[in-house]
Every structure is written in structure tokens, then in C-alpha cells.
Design a protein. Structure first.
Length: 367
């Protein structure tokens, strides 16, 4: 009898201990979640205040995305892909569908102005299983806008909603959107756009803080993004984009505008280190040391190698050439070295020249 009572008592104590453990574990998880909240896009979990690589034509290809991933990008997008090109099976459009597991999470961005083409493109993109499908309603380039796509859709929000609905209905993947404030200063409609996109199921919205009329010039006005984020109806993540080119500015905009994360575009071209530099500054308030010439040579060496592996030797060499200027920007007396880089045609000659650059600038301090 006593043994049974002791046994029951032990059992009750075990349940009590387990209950206390569960309580404190849940409390710890709750506190951790509040201290380090996650940003969710569908079932994808991103760290608190993620840094995104913007989709950029002729830039955001697999070799460059791989470099950005190595240097701290949390979510990356492909170059934008024409829906018309995809359904015509254009080789260049098909190549842009290439994604690799080491990039994840990664999104593929499409654009177009025809509902049927966008729906079919959504199905095609889904077959390669990216983590996200993104729709471009922000590209201001004339040849895109003239086709009623990109930022051109900002003039017809009803069409934007129909195009987005067509994509959502044709995929099992979360759908996100990148857009601008509006067509021009007299037609800023991002508040309406954000609400209507969320209402049909868009999982996150990236906003470039300029109008289409501004292109990439003039002042980017993030106050409009802050207003969208502060709208009590908006629950999807809101990411800001435009003019983030330093850790200081990233922290300032994070604190001032209250967005969920930042999308970085032009500042990452030739400088993938910016992601880790921003993260380090957020954490410590201090700057990481600038990448040395040796670091830059290593980045170019990797970029070139991966480009040749992906595109083939000849195309990889030719299409990496425009990047050299950005990787070596600010280095004194570099013109002769750069000219040689863009004229050499054989991999072994290019790698030998990169070794020469590293030796010539050994001990050189970047400002």
C-alpha cells in the first residue's frame, strides 16, 4: 500500500515536473520569439529583419547570387523573366529558371501584362520548385512598360490584381510582389495597391521608394513605405528598397521607417560584402574591415569560375567582364589591369592575371 502510494506520488511528481518543464520551455520560446521574431513568407521563415538581394537584370544570376549568399543575403531573387519568353520557350528565359539548393530560400521573378501568359508562366516556374514566385510591377524601363508590364501596371490597379490572381491561382508556392510608389507624384497609389494585393493572398510586398517617372533618379521617399507598414490592415511583411548603400543608412531606415526588412540592389553590384557589413553593424555598432584587394580578387575568381561552369567557358568569360569595374572600384592606377581583364579570352590567362593583381596590390589599403 505504502509502495503504491509512493509510486503514485513519484508519478505525480514526474507529471508536475514535466508540466513545469513544458511551462518554462513555452515561456522561453515565447520570450525568444519576442526578442528574435521571425519573418514568415508562407511557410518560409526568415531571420528578424532579413536582408534581401533585389532581382536585377544581367546581375542576379546564379554565380552572383552564390556570392551574395556567402556574404550574408537572407533571401534572393532571380533576374526577372518575361512571361512571354517563358511560354515561347526562349532559351535565355529558360536559363533564368536555374536555381540551386545552396541558394535557398530563393525566389523566381516573372513579369508580363497578359493574364493567360502569367498563369502559364506561374505553372512553368512552379515545376522547378523555387521557394517563392515574385511578380515584377516595378521595372520602369520603357521596353517593359510599353508592353503594359512592370511599372506600367501601376496605371491600372484592377489589371494588377487580375494578373496577380492569375499567378496565385496557378501555383502552390507563396507569391510576393515588387512594385513602386505609383506612376508619378500625382498618382501615388501604394496604399491601395498594398491592401488589395494582401486581400487576394500576396505573401509579402517589396516597395521601391520611387515612382516610375523618377526611374532611378532623385530622392527615394520611404515615408510612403512607413505609412503602408503602419496601416493596421497590413499584416504581410513589407520590405523597403531604394538607396541603401551603407550600414549606417540601413540602421537609420530600419529605425525610422519600421519596415520588416531591406531589399538591396545596386549597392550589392560588385560588392556582395554589404550584407554582412550591415548585419555586423546592427549587432555591434562597428564596421567590418573593408574587403582587401585579395578578397576582391577571390570574389572575381569565384564569380568567373561559377559563370563558366553555368554558362559555358566562352559565355561565362564574356558576361563576367562588365562586373570587373565594380569589383575593383576605387583602387588607384587600376586601369591597365582592368583593360587586360576585359580582353583576355582564356581561363588560364585570366586566372594568372588575377594572381598578378593580387601580388601587385599586396598590402594596399582600401579607403
Amino acid at each position: 500500500m505504502i509502495a503504491n502510494r509512493r509510486s503514485n506520488l513519484g508519478s505525480n511528481n514526474s507529471f508536475a515536473c514535466f508540466g513545469l518543464y513544458s511551462f518554462f520551455y513555452s515561456l522561453k520560446k515565447s520570450i525568444f520569439a519576442k526578442k528574435f521574431p521571425l519573418i514568415k513568407i508562407g511557410n518560409i521563415e526568415l531571420p528578424d529583419f532579413p536582408l534581401l538581394l533585389a532581382p536585377m537584370e544581367d546581375v542576379s544570376d546564379p554565380p552572383f547570387r552564390r556570392l551574395c549568399k556567402q556574404h550574408g543575403a537572407d533571401l534572393m531573387y532571380s533576374e526577372f523573366i518575361s512571361s512571354e519568353g517563358l511560354i515561347r520557350d526562349a532559351i535565355k528565359s529558360r536559363m533564368k529558371l536555374d536555381i540551386f539548393d545552396y541558394e535557398r530560400p530563393v525566389g523566381i521573378q516573372i513579369f508580363g501584362g497578359d493574364e493567360e501568359a502569367m498563369a502559364l508562366s506561374s505553372k512553368i516556374v512552379s515545376t522547378v520548385n523555387p521557394d517563392i514566385i515574385d511578380i515584377n510591377f516595378g521595372c520602369p524601363v520603357k521596353k517593359v512598360v510599353c508592353k503594359g508590364a512592370g511599372a506600367g501596371v501601376l496605371k491600372d490597379v484592377d489589371l494588377m490584381i487580375r494578373l496577380t490572381q492569375a499567378v496565385i491561382d496557378s501555383t502552390h508556392l507563396p507569391v510576393t510582389v515588387k512594385t513602386r510608389l505609383g506612376w508619378d507624384d500625382n498618382s501615388i497609389n501604394i496604399d491601395e495597391v498594398a491592401e488589395r494585393l494582401q486581400d487576394i493572398g500576396v505573401a509579402a510586398l517589396s516597395i521601391h521608394a520611387r515612382t516610375r517617372a523618377q526611374m532611378y533618379k532623385g530622392h527615394s521617399d520611404w515615408s510612403h513605405i512607413a505609412r503602408v507598414k503602419n496601416n493596421p490592415r497590413i499584416t504581410m511583411p513589407i520590405f523597403g528598397n531604394g538607396d541603401i548603400d551603407s550600414p549606417e543608412k540601413a540602421l537609420q531606415y530600419k529605425n525610422e521607417y519600421g519596415i520588416d526588412g531591406i531589399m538591396i540592389g545596386r549597392a550589392a553590384i560588385g560588392y556582395p560584402w554589404i550584407f554582412n557589413e550591415i548585419k555586423h553593424y546592427f549587432k555591434t555598432g562597428e564596421h567590418l574591415a573593408k574587403p582587401t584587394v585579395a578578397d576582391r580578387v577571390e570574389a572575381v575568381r569565384n564569380h568567373l569560375t561559377w559563370a563558366m561552369e553555368w554558362k559555358g567557358e566562352r559565355l561565362g568569360i564574356v558576361e563576367t567582364r562588365p562586373h570587373y569595374t565594380n569589383y575593383f572600384k576605387g583602387i588607384h592606377s587600376f586601369k591597365t589591369f582592368r583593360q587586360k581583364l576585359v580582353t583576355l579570352d582564356k581561363p588560364e590567362e585570366l586566372f594568372a592575371h588575377l594572381n598578378e593583381i593580387e601580388e601587385a596590390y599586396s598590402g594596399y589599403e582600401m579607403v
